[in-house]
Design a protein around this ligand. Structure first.
Ligand SMILES: *[C@@H]1O[C@H](CO)[C@@H](O)[C@H](O)[C@H]1NC(C)=O
Ligand SMILES: *[C@@H]1O[C@H](CO)[C@@H](O)[C@H](O)[C@H]1NC(C)=O
Ligand SMILES: *[C@@H]1O[C@H](CO)[C@@H](O)[C@H](O)[C@H]1NC(C)=O
Length: 463
């Protein structure tokens, strides 16, 4: 009996097959991974809400099997990339329905079911997916707003949130002043808006977007979130605006791969959009080389991506489990937009892909992925983040110059509507006085953060 059981397990113990020199093998592997990822999606079932993952209406990223609204947005983008890499249209209808369903009545990714807890960073991940659609000419739905207009609606919504009242500029994390985290100016919100603006500039050639992206970059780069030490650029997570972003106490020194990814990608679009401005090349190079040192540790051979704050200890939360997907995707985009980086990026995407495939031998399908790409032994933990990261890094091995993001000049057909949502959304932030209630909430939250840090726990990001 025991022996029979073991024999039955042997096929399951083999990881997903991946031969990187064979496009059909990569397609096969990514198709299995995408299908397994979609087993977590229930929004296409009767009575469920299109576009959402389980938990998205009231998420808590510390809970297993619970995914915040933003991560669902990111997942649809990963499936647009998958379609572009492989030509497999299996998931396209779900992708299209989901992005359109969650766009909100003003076409700006601020839908009422999520607007009361909206973060600037949450919105940008939906906009990234709309931009992925533009840049790959992902089919639009007749009668529905264009993919490009949705990203422009988001841009118009967020530009009113730029806040010069504290820290000399920057976006606050939260849209709603009463919410926890409104006191923080965090990297992913600022970097996310920067990347959206950079891509709008690249796609449309409209200088207004390019100037905006440069302004956001200049603020980030002169803020304490940028710190250099031993030849590495540290891109820290967030600043406390209640302290005017000044002093040690205002800075949270944690780094995440998606912050490197989002700035790398944005800088790569700016480099290409400016036709090779050497300042943008320097920025691309510095972020890329720093990311290589930080996220591809020498102890695992130097080419395998590791979310080192949490992964080796197995304590990544549901958000953090997906971060490697974004660094993978934007490394691939950078290899195309900044051709001089291609030869350095590809070995890292290759080795990481091989590592990722090795981890795909769990779950009901026998092919569900775990996150520890440096190890032969899967953790057994599976989920959307694990699938999305594997999908992104393995799929990226199919890139070729024909997959360079399209601009209007190179054939993107999605219609530009720069005024989308222009008269909607929040009042400009400068007109919003902070109330005593806001301050109290912010102070409580600061104490909570301090407790996390003093307790030695990793700072958990939630939306
Ligand atoms: C908003 O949430 C409600 C309650 O869960 C749901 O019935 C409705 O379909 C949602 N609206 C959208 C646009 O998803
Ligand atoms: C922009 O990207 C295209 C496509 O890869 C590439 O041919 C071109 O050389 C890039 N521009 C610069 C300035 O590197
Ligand atoms: C460029 O973008 C700005 C900002 O959205 C907009 O006001 C302007 O109309 C755009 N110009 C063109 C030619 O589309």
């Amino acid at each position: 009996m025991y022996r029979l059981f073991l024999t039955a397990l042997i096929p399951l113990a083999q990881a997903i097959d991946l031969q990187l020199d064979s496009p059909s093998s990569i397609k096969d592997a990514t198709s299995k991974i995408a299908n397994d990822m979609m087993t977590f999606y229930t929004g296409d079932e009767p009575g469920q809400i299109p576009g959402l993952l389980p938990g998205s209406l009231n998420c808590n990223p510390s809970e297993p099997d619970n995914y915040c609204w933003w991560q669902a947005g990111a997942m649809w983008g990963s499936l647009i990339n998958y379609w572009q890499y492989t030509g497999d249209e299996t998931h396209n209808a779900d992708v299209r329905q989901s992005i359109l369903h969650q766009r909100g009545p003003q076409d700006n990714f601020n839908p009422p079911n999520h607007s009361s807890s909206m973060g600037v960073d949450d919105q940008v991940f939906w906009a990234f997916s709309a931009l992925d659609a533009v840049e790959a000419n992902f089919p639009e739905q007749e009668g529905a707003p264009s993919w490009l207009s949705l990203a422009q609606g988001l841009y118009n919504f967020q530009m009113k949130l730029w806040d010069t009242n504290a820290c000399g500029g920057g976006f606050r994390w939260q849209v709603v002043p009463l919410n926890q985290g409104y006191n923080l100016k965090n990297m992913i919100s600022n970097g996310g808006n920067f990347q959206v603006a950079a891509r709008l500039a690249y796609i449309t050639g409209n200088e207004t977007y390019g100037d905006w992206a440069t302004m956001v970059w200049d603020w980030m780069a002169s803020s304490p979130m940028f710190e250099r030490s031993d030849g590495i650029l540290y891109i820290w997570d967030n600043l406390n605006a209640d302290l005017d972003c000044k002093g040690e106490e205002a800075l949270v020194r944690l780094i995440w791969s998606y912050n490197y990814g989002v700035l790398l990608g944005g800088a790569a679009y700016m480099y290409n959009y400016t036709d090779g401005d050497p300042r943008w090349l320097d920025r691309v190079e510095e972020i890329l080389e720093s990311a290589f040192q930080l996220y591809f540790p020498a102890e695992f051979g130097g080419n395998i991506m590791v979310e080192f704050h949490c992964e080796t200890q197995g304590i990544c939360n549901q958000d953090q489990k997906s971060f490697k997907a974004y660094l993978s995707r934007w490394m691939a985009v950078t290899a195309l937009l900044v051709p001089s980086t291609y030869d350095r990026i590809m070995p890292k995407l290759r080795e990481s892909a091989i590592g990722a495939a090795r981890q795909c031998k769990g779950g009901a399908s026998g092919n569900m992925c775990s996150a520890q790409w440096w190890s032969d032994v899967p953790t057994g933990r599976t989920g959307v983040g694990e699938q999305m990261t594997a999908l992104a890094v393995i799929g990226a091995n199919l890139i070729n110059p024909g997959m360079t993001p399209l601009s209007q000049a190179s054939g993107a057909t999605s219609e530009s509507k720069p005024d989308t949502g222009v008269n909607t959304g929040p009042d400009p932030i400068s007109r919003k006085p902070v109330t005593d209630g806001d301050r109290a909430g912010a102070a409580i939250f600061t104490i909570l953060i301090a407790a996390f840090l003093v307790g030695g726990a990793v700072w958990l990001i939630w939306d």
